[in-house]
Ligand binder design. Structure first.
Ligand SMILES: [Fe+2]
Ligand SMILES: [Fe+2]
Length: 589
């Protein structure tokens, strides 16, 4: 591979002129050692690098071991060594040689980016999605495990109804993934109400919102909390003047987005349609299409009852959940499905299990045994891509951030010579690195001014949530530590752990570099985007102090090789969406 660069580009120190390298008669190296890179021979990883995977220390979680029953296992580098890819690079008219092993800036010998997942046929998709469903619970402002408990309730209803296993399988995944679209209206909720979107959404779940009086009370208690009464009055007026059509549009955004992502994940059409009609009501007073009775897909009717019952059960207990369901018979809920729900009212063992902390352990047991879906490599890629869409939809300012960081990380890793299987792992880590941001209020994420100390503290917690969520998923667990360290810095000034240089694995260093690059290239509420030249200037000052110089060099090569788009793709849609939100601000005020 020959990497072409701009004639104006400064030659990074790790790049050696080919003429000098071949003619300097380096007495420390044999002729073979000098010629070997040119014919593609590269040595395997050093013993020191191998030790990286077994080391203990503060960032041990970067390369966690999995127990046998996780449904996945990991390949050690001794069997699948990292083979660096030396490459030629052209700076102006001169040809240079870049050998990642001999890079004087490298903190260690070439390290494995990460352990690599070995596919086994028993990695169950349900296990992966159950872990990731905690991110959706966060976005909805629900207690952790909400989607899983809804799944257990809905599947119990399905058994009472004796649904065929094909339908039960479609229902199972619809229940787990029912909130895939939840992040897409978070910013709008925050703007309309001038409030934390999580609190507004959580309160909405226990409100009988088709009833006008209940809807008014809901709006009145949620607009601009803690603000001066006049501000609250204006905010209230802004919401009310939008009326049912305004509410319909917010719900439609969520339902359509959720259905689209479910379709992208390759689910059965019954699953997709159930997610799309999640908020429809039996009497036609639901949203967004006011479907009535049998017009609502059967699985959506089960979803609606299961999710509402779960919220009441978790908030108030079993009997209040049943009281709510009976009171809404024929309005919210299909009477036939309600009968099936009533059939296990006195099953105390079922309800006790639902209240346990380890509720995730029950999920795989209720997937129809003859319809178990496994997660192969392609499917795991799709899952990571799907959740990147969920993450990026949370804020119009980060409209394509996760995918941008993934593309940049891949470009850096490829220039550095990592093999395809490791590049695949880093792409997944990059797609999911900000999943913890789903737990941060849109009021903070989209604030068009400097954050207060308290808000900054909340923001600094998002890597913690990333770590916790990924640790729940068997197959992404080995990436949790590194993905959650993407705001750490070489000089120890990063967050949330303040790790030091020696504690940052190469995967983290690549992610940090890519994350900084994408963030600087995109617009933010408090500043506009930077041109690429300026971004490189800023990052060059950080190389060696905050970010890894080798990764930065690789980034420069990738940009000049045009592996990476020079124009940030995230700017245009973000600006358009932000304009729409600004319009909301004006109207709400
Ligand atoms: Fe982040
Ligand atoms: Fe990020």
């Amino acid at each position: 591979m020959i990497v072409s660069t701009s004639p104006r580009q400064t030659v990074p120190p790790a790049f050696v002129p080919v003429g000098r390298r071949l003619s300097n008669g380096d007495s420390q190296r044999s002729v073979f050692a000098r010629v070997a890179p040119l014919i593609g021979f590269v040595p395997f990883m050093t013993e020191k690098s191998r030790e990286m995977l077994d080391r203990s220390g503060p960032n041990k979680s970067a390369v966690p071991r999995l127990s046998e029953n996780d449904g996945s296992s990991f390949r050690a580098d001794s069997r699948h060594p990292v083979r660096p890819r030396p490459a030629f690079a052209r700076f102006g008219t001169e040809l240079f040689w870049h050998d990642p092993r001999s890079n004087p800036c490298a903190p260690t010998d070439l390290q494995a980016l990460t352990t690599v997942l070995i596919q086994r046929p028993d990695i169950r998709l349900s296990n992966v999605l159950a872990g990731l469903s905690y991110a959706l619970d966060l976005t909805e402002g629900q207690r952790e495990g909400h989607a899983i408990r809804s799944c257990l309730i809905g599947m119990r209803i399905a058994r009472e109804l004796r649904l065929p296993s094909e339908l039960q399988s479609a229902l199972f995944y619809a229940l787990l993934m029912k909130d895939l679209g939840c992040s897409s209206n978070a910013a709008r909720f925050a703007v309309l109400f001038g409030a934390d979107d999580h609190r507004v959404k959580a309160d909405l779940k226990t409100t009988d919102w088709p009833r006008a009086l209940d809807a008014f009370r809901f709006v009145a208690r949620n607009v601009a909390p803690g603000q001066f009464w006049l501000t609250r009055a204006f905010q209230l007026l802004g919401v009310l003047t939008r009326g049912p059509e305004g509410a319909r549009e917010v719900v439609r955004t969520r339902c359509e987005r959720g259905a689209d992502i479910a379709r992208m994940l390759g689910f059965h059409d019954d699953t997709v349609q159930a997610i799309r009609a999640l908020d429809e009501h039996w009497d036609g007073a639901g949203q967004p299409y006011a479907l009535r009775g049998d017009q609502i897909p059967l699985l959506a009717r089960i979803l609606g009852l299961a999710q509402t019952a779960e919220v009441f059960f978790t908030s108030y207990g079993v009997e209040p959940a049943y009281d709510m369901a009976v009171a809404r018979k024929g309005s919210w809920f299909d009477p036939a499905i309600l009968e099936a729900f009533l059939a296990f009212r006195t099953d105390s063992e079922f309800w006790r299990a639902l209240a346990e902390d380890n509720v995730q352990a029950h999920v795989t047991q209720i997937e129809p045994a003859d319809r178990i879906l496994v997660a192969d490599d392609d499917r795991l890629d799709r899952v990571a891509e799907a959740f990147a869409l969920v993450i990026d939809a949370k804020s119009p300012w980060t409209f394509q951030h996760s995918r941008g960081v993934a593309a940049t990380s891949v470009a850096i890793a490829e220039v550095m010579g990592y093999p395809d299987e490791q590049v695949r792992e880093i792409r997944r880590a990059a797609l999911l690195h900000d999943i913890g941001k789903l737990g941060v209020s849109s009021l903070i994420l989209d604030k068009p001014a400097a954050l207060t100390e308290g808000e900054f503290q909340v923001m600094r917690r998002h890597p913690v949530a990333t770590r916790e969520i990924l640790m729940r998923t068997g197959c992404f667990r080995h990436l949790a530590g590194a993905a959650a360290s993407h705001h750490e810095r070489l000089d120890g000034s990063g967050y949330d752990l303040g790790l030091q240089r020696s504690e940052l694995p190469m995967l983290t260093r690549v992610l940090c570099t890519a994350d900084m690059c994408d963030a600087l290239r995109a617009s933010r509420p408090y500043r506009s985007s930077m041109p690429l030249e300026r971004v490189m200037e800023v990052m060059r000052r950080e190389a060696g102090n905050a970010i890894d110089p080798t990764c930065f060099e690789a980034l420069q090569i990738a940009i000049h090789d045009e592996t990476l788009d020079r124009q940030s793709a995230s700017e245009v849609p973000a600006v358009r969406l932000v304009s729409a939100l600004a319009e909301d601000y004006r109207q709400a005020a």
